[in-house]
Design a protein around this ligand. Structure first.
Ligand SMILES: Nc1ncnc2c1ncn2[C@@H]1O[C@H](COP(=O)(O)OP(=O)(O)O)[C@@H](O)[C@H]1O
Ligand SMILES: [Mg+2]
Length: 291
């Protein structure tokens, strides 16, 4: 019995189909036959995995992410979180405690007038004792490197810092999984890269399950597994090296090819041998040095 529980995926999406309710759809044949937002989706994520959910806009990433913490419920199929069915109303709060979500705009998630109070908020309303709140707030501040900002009002923080604060607020609640849905999309390129690295760090430090939802290939390189979506379906899965090895396919999927990948293409056609696992400029330079 214990072994069965140990091997249970944290997230188990089984044959899920979902259509957004459309007003007056009954009268509109076109809308009735419209492609569902999710179609027969199967996805298993183990506890402690770091997965990137990748695909261009409108392919169904957010819809799938919202199924993973019972914000949306499947029309067909089912979603189990640590064995709990998301349709079971009695389990939905527990599911949302386990799976925390970070959205595009951090400002929708910030509540208090001081950074440290904002992190404490979720713990306070759950009735945690003061000492434990202090410890967890301190730990969360350090985990996202914003300890020096703890006495500031959140609106004095940069976009990247505010997104870190939103992550700290979730971390303090000790979920088993964090889903970041395009959490970097309002940030500049540097802060985006920093945020992607932060997820890798959090994964490493806490062994947390991370699902990073993105349409940007360069943000997916730190994940252990990339799950590619297209038109409401999962069409490909693999390690970053496997997914990045077929650039033509990525172009077909309307994904923007990051510069290092274009560089690898040019180097290969110029006769260099570059291994598939070289995904950053530093790794590519190393490949050239080794050639
Ligand atoms: N609230 C909604 N109502 C109706 N249709 C929606 C809604 N949200 C998303 N959709 C549609 O569902 C599909 C998948 O959207 P979404 O999951 O948001 O994709 P992604 O996150 O990959 O950009 C798209 O065709 C989108 O237009
Ligand atoms: Mg989305």
């Amino acid at each position: 019995m214990e072994q069965r529980i140990a091997s249970l995926p944290l997230i188990d999406v089984q044959q899920v189909t979902y259509r957004y309710p459309v007003q007056n759809a009954a009268k509109d044949q076109e809308l009735l036959v419209a492609v569902p937002a999710l179609q027969n989706v199967n996805l298993q994520i183990q506890k402690g995995e770091y997965v990137a959910l990748l695909g261009h806009n409108g392919c169904g990433k957010s819809t799938l992410a919202r199924h993973c913490n019972a914000l949306l419920l499947p029309d067909q199929g089912k979603v189990l979180i640590a064995g709990m069915d998301t349709r079971d109303v009695a389990k939905q709060n527990m599911i949302r405690e386990r799976v925390g979500m970070i959205f595009q705009n951090p400002d929708n998630q910030l509540i208090a007038t001081l950074v440290e109070d904002d992190i404490a908020w979720g713990l306070t309303i759950r009735g945690y004792p003061l000492q434990q709140i202090r410890e967890r707030v301190a730990e969360a501040l350090d985990a996202v490197n914003i300890r020096h900002l703890r006495q500031l009002p959140p609106d004095k923080l940069s976009g990247g810092q505010r997104q870190r604060l939103a992550i700290a607020g979730i971390l303090a609640l000790r979920p088993q999984c964090i889903i970041a849905d395009e959490a970097s999309s309002m940030l500049d390129p540097f802060s985006r890269q920093e945020l992607a690295k932060l997820f890798a760090q959090i994964h490493h430090m806490f062994g947390l399950t991370i699902i990073q939802v993105t349409h940007l290939l360069e943000e997916a390189i730190y994940a252990q597994r990339i799950v590619v979506m297209e038109r409401g379906q999962i069409i490909q899965e693999g390690t970053p090296a496997q997914i990045f090895s077929n650039v033509e396919r990525l172009r077909e999927l309307k994904l923007i090819i990051p510069e290092p990948l274009t560089l690898v293409e040019h180097l290969r056609s110029a006769g260099f041998t570059i291994a598939d696992h070289a995904l950053t400029i530093e790794e590519i330079a190393q490949e050239i040095a080794n050639a």
